[in-house]
Design a binder for this molecule. Structure first.
Ligand code: HEC
Length: 129
C-alpha cells in the first residue's frame, strides 16, 4: 500500500514538473511577436504605430498608452476590466473580437495555446511591472 502511494506521489510530482516546464518561453515568444510588429512596437518609450506601443503591457491598465487613440470599445472594456493580465491577454490574443467585439485591432488571433503562452512570456519580459 505504501508503495502505491509513493508511486502516485511520484507521478503527481512529475506531472507538475512537466507542467511548469511548459510555462511560456520568451525566446519563442519573440518569434511569435513578428506577427504583431507591423502594428506594434515594444521598446520602452517607443512610438505608437497603427496600434499602441506594448512596452510593459502585462499588468498595466487597458487602453492607456500615451497619445494613442483607442476605439471606444477597448476603452469601455478597460473601464470594466482594469488591467491586462495573463488571463485576459490570453483571451485577447486568441481572438480579439471575441473579447472586445468592436475593437479596431484587426487580427484574427493565435489559435495555438503554446504560441500565446510564449508570446505572453515575451511581453512580460519587455516590461517592469
Ligand atoms: C493590423 C494591426 C495589428 C496587429 C497585426 C496586431 N495588433 Fe494589437 N492592436 C492593434 C490596434 C489598432 C489596437 C487598438 C485597439 C482598439 O483601440 O480597439 C491594438 C491593441 C492591442 C493591445 C491593447 C493595448 C493597450 O494599450 O491596452 C494589445 C495588448 C495588443 N494589441 C497586442 C497585440 C499582439 C501581441 C499582437 C500580435 C499577436 C497584435 N496586437 C497584433 C493593431 C494590431
Amino acid at each position: 500500500m505504501l508503495r502505491f502511494f509513493i508511486k502516485i506521489f511520484t507521478i503527481i510530482f512529475l506531472l507538475t514538473y512537466i507542467g511548469s516546464a511548459y510555462a511560456g518561453d520568451a525566446e519563442k515568444g519573440k518569434k511569435v511577436f513578428n506577427k504583431c510588429k507591423a502594428c506594434h512596437g515594444i521598446d520602452e518609450g517607443g512610438k505608437n504605430k497603427l496600434g499602441p506601443n506594448l512596452w510593459n503591457i502585462v499588468g498595466s491598465p487597458i487602453a492607456a498608452a500615451e497619445g494613442y487613440k483607442y476605439s471606444k470599445a477597448l476603452i469601455a472594456y478597460g473601464e470594466e476590466a482594469g488591467n491586462w493580465n495573463e488571463e485576459n491577454l490570453d483571451a485577447w490574443l486568441k481572438k480579439p473580437k471575441d473579447l472586445v467585439r468592436k475593437t479596431k485591432m484587426i487580427f484574427p488571433g493565435l489559435k495555438k495555446e503554446a504560441d500565446r503562452a510564449n508570446l505572453i512570456a515575451y511581453l512580460k519580459e519587455n516590461g517592469n511591472n
